[in-house]
Design a protein. Structure first.
Length: 213
């Protein structure tokens, strides 16, 4: 009853255009965003990770949608992003080659403030669709760092250094891992997370992100 009243007073609206829609993303805007999907796979050299797969460029409608997903309590958009990933048959084929999905973690203080980790939610959806385990208790963020988007390239690297810890080496050793994040800019977070995962024995790491800046 309470939910009915709440929806009556504050009906769910499309995250892009604001039109009332029970799915929080109207069909027209969903189609507009999906048309921007490009799913680009990049082979990486001289890094702790081997591959980078991104779905979108971080601009226009995509940027708006991701910011609302992260910061405006629109957690339900995780279903949309996960679906975009797995609808692409080449993505599915590639991701099925991996053993484990690990979402980039948030520090517990930021998690308490936001209420959810946007990468964890997408990872859980992917896990169900691809039948690959998703683990959010292996890679832990132990330092409450400054938000990376507020910093430049070199500052990002020093800011994130030694911020992560692997607490279950045995679950990482010899595994091919999908490291899931939302946005890839300089790659500093991806590199630091991959470093500790490789130190724990990971065989190969694919960085999977929603968008590349």
């Amino acid at each position: 009853m309470f939910e009915f009243v709440l929806n009556f007073l504050f009906p769910p609206a499309c995250s892009v255009c604001g039109k009332v829609d029970p799915n929080w993303l109207c069909p027209k805007c969903q189609a507009r965003v999906e048309r921007l999907e490009k799913s680009c796979l990049v082979e990486i050299e001289n890094k702790k990770y081997e591959k980078l797969l991104y779905l979108f460029q971080y601009e226009s409608l995509v940027r708006k949608l991701i910011l609302r997903y992260k910061f405006l309590n629109q957690a339900y958009l995780n279903h949309f992003f996960a679906n975009v990933i797995v609808k692409n048959e080449e993505n599915r084929k590639l991701l099925k080659e991996y053993d484990l999905i690990i979402p980039v973690p948030m520090h517990k203080k930021k998690m308490q403030k936001r209420g959810y980790n946007q990468t964890e939610l997408v990872a859980e959806n992917l896990s169900k669709s691809l039948e690959i385990p998703s683990k959010n208790d292996i890679l832990i963020k132990v330092v409450n760092t400054t938000t990376q988007s507020k910093l430049g390239g070199k500052a990002r690297q020093s800011n994130i250094q030694h911020a992560f810890f692997v607490q279950k080496d045995i679950e990482v050793e010899g595994k091919k891992i999908i490291l899931l994040d939302d946005i890839y800019t300089t790659g500093a977070t991806s590199e630091e997370c991959s470093r500790v995962l490789k130190d724990a024995g990971a065989e190969e790491i694919l960085i999977l992100v929603l968008a590349k800046d």
